[in-house]
Design a protein around this ligand. Structure first.
Ligand code: FAD
Ligand code: NAI
Length: 479
């Protein structure tokens, strides 16, 4: 007999698995379909999607290992600690990362059981509408196809790396995120196309371990999505760390040999240049993934950018079919996908699910980290909104000095009249944690005065958030 469910979720990335768990918590009968085995030793589908398998979690594990190595080899001396003969075993580092990924993906299996989510192993495709819902077929790795009926469907099929024409990614010599997370050793010369989040995070990993890293970026300005002051400061910091960054380049022919790659490009001055490297990472953005979904069969199609169109509540043009995460508009971030997953599950259960797209933080996990939420100064100028800005450096904070974390600043942007916090931008090694206070401020429509009046622990990095808020009215206390 064909199984039927209140909800079938397609894809077990952060959008899908969280939606499935929330739906289970709300008492709905729910199945989640996942077919990708990633690097599973038994070839079993792995839960967690891009994020857990080839994205957020493995990249952060490698960032942590390489940061330890850099601290030991370059910064221990500052504390009077002498370490001789430190070396890195890349195999062990990668195995540690794989162990963390395995633990996390296994954890979702447990959460599915706990929340009564049925896991369907295989790739899902729509097989037309059914009475009171949709037919979904699931093709397992061995080719067997099973059919289920879903009253409502949540598509959470995610994204894949964008590749460039003429640059064949083999994930050995020329890599996207998947290959770049499992190098067998440290390349002597690493090329990176695209100075976005992946290029800077993974470029930093291999630079810290000794690679000579060159990042080639098409845009003339650095980190264009960030507040301009942050982009400028981070460019100085990265260059100081030894990352070679060329902006405004145009990539030409890329020739892959047996052991090396040669990239012809035109630099910002229009001069022809060549970069020879032992490995190349192509990190020029991601594209939505909808292959094999057979959307036509239910009257859905993707837009000109390959995404599934949805409204503010992730409802597609077909009633009863929702889509969340990287496959729809908005930031391609795991926590945004999760928020949407929860929202949709709650809406399906009859609740008033909601996602505040103005309060989604961004973090770049380099050292120092960059984090922001809300508007940049250039956004506010472009919209003509009158604002005030308060900025405070970590250099003037005792805890930051003690920890050797004195680079960077916090910048708070607030409405000139109402004082409502509109944007917060942070450069600091702990920016990913510090930004939470700013997200809460924006979510609760706090004023900069509210943040300035909250008691922040001393000594702590969070005092810099308070000082930056006070600086909006020129009342900072320690500078
Ligand atoms: P995905 O995670 O892509 O999951 C979709 C899943 O659906 C996949 O497992 C896929 O196999 C499955 N699927 C697709 N089609 C079908 C089908 N027909 N049937 C069954 N299953 C299907 N974001 C952050 O917020 N913080 C970070 O630090 C961060 N770091 C990143 C680092 C890297 C290197 C990369 C590549 C990405 C990173 N991201 C980060 C982005 C984050 O991984 C994505 O935004 C997030 O995974 C999107 O979640 P999703 O559920 O929409 O899709
Ligand atoms: P990205 O969008 O962050 O950066 C891509 C960069 O490549 C841009 O600066 C773009 O101008 C440049 N580019 C595009 N075409 C080019 C070309 N032909 N030549 C040279 N440069 C070119 O994309 P990235 O780094 O691939 O990451 C994909 C997405 O994954 C991110 O946008 C983000 O949503 C997510 N991600 C999030 C992370 C985090 O939250 N910390 C970490 C890594 C990825």
């Amino acid at each position: 007999m064909t199984q039927s469910f209140d909800v079938v979720v397609i894809g077990a990335g952060p959008g899908g698995y969280i939606a499935a768990i929330r739906a289970g918590q709300l008492g709905l009968s729910v199945a989640c379909v996942e077919g990708n085995a990633y690097d599973d030793p038994k070839g079993e589908p792995r839960l967690g999607g891009t994020c857990l398998n080839v994205g957020c979690i493995p990249s952060k594990a490698l960032l942590a290992s390489s940061e330890e190595f850099e601290k030991i080899t370059h910064h221990a001396e500052d504390h009077g600690i002498t370490v001789k003969g430190a070396s890195i075993d890349v195999g062990k580092m990668v195995a540690r990362k794989d162990g963390i990924v395995g633990k996390m993906t296994g954890g979702i299996q447990y959460l599915f059981k706990k929340n009564k989510v049925t896991l369907l192993k295989g790739y899902a495709s729509f097989a037309g509408k059914a009475e009171g819902g949709f037919n979904v077929s699931v093709k397992a790795a061995d080719g067997t196809v099973s059919a289920v009926v879903a009253k409502q469907v949540i598509i959470a099929s995610g994204s894949k790396a964008r590749h460039l024409p003429g640059i064949p990614v083999d994930n050995k010599l020329i890599c996207d995120n998947e290959g770049a997370l499992k190098f067998g050793d440290v390349p002597k010369r690493l090329g990176v196309i695209g100075a976005g989040v992946i290029g800077l995070e993974l470029g930093s990993v291999w630079r810290r371990l000794g690679a000579e890293v060159t990042v080639l970026e098409a845009l003339p300005n650095f980190l264009a999505a960030c507040d301009e002051s942050v982009g400028k400061e981070m460019l100085k910091i990265f260059k100081g760390q030894g990352l070679n960054i060329s902006l405004g380049v145009k990539i030409g022919e890329v020739k892959a040999g047996k052991k090396a790659v040669s990239i012809a490009y035109t630099d910002a001055d229009g001069k022809a240049q060549t970069l020879d490297c032992d490995k190349l990472i192509v990190s020029v953005g991601r594209v939505p993934y909808t292959d094999g979904l057979n959307l036509d069969s239910i009257g859905l199609k993707t837009n000109e950018r390959g995404m599934i169109d949805v409204d503010a509540h992730c409802q597609t043009l077909v009633a009863g079919v929702f889509a969340v995460g990287d496959v729809v508009r908005g930031a391609m971030l795991a926590h945004k996908a999760e928020e949407e997953g929860v929202m949709v599950a709650e809406i399906i259960a009859g609740q008033k699910g909601h996602c505040n797209y103005d309060a989604i933080p961004w973090v770049i996990y380099t050292s120092p980290e960059v984090a922001w939420v809300g508007k940049t100064e250039q956004d506010l100028k472009a919209s003509g909104r009158a604002y005030k800005a308060g900025q405070f450096p970590f250099m003037a904070n005792g805890r930051a000095l003690g920890q050797g974390d004195s680079q960077g600043f916090v910048k708070v942007l607030a409405d000139a009249k109402t004082d409502e916090v509109l944007g917060v931008h942070i450069i600091n090694s702990h920016a990913s944690d510090l930004i939470a206070e700013a997200v809460m401020a924006i979510e609760f429509k706090a004023s900069s005065e509210d943040i300035g009046r909250i008691c922040h622990a001393h000594p702590s990095l969070s005092e810099v958030v308070k000082e930056a808020a006070l600086a909006c009215d020129k009342r900072q206390l320690n500078m």
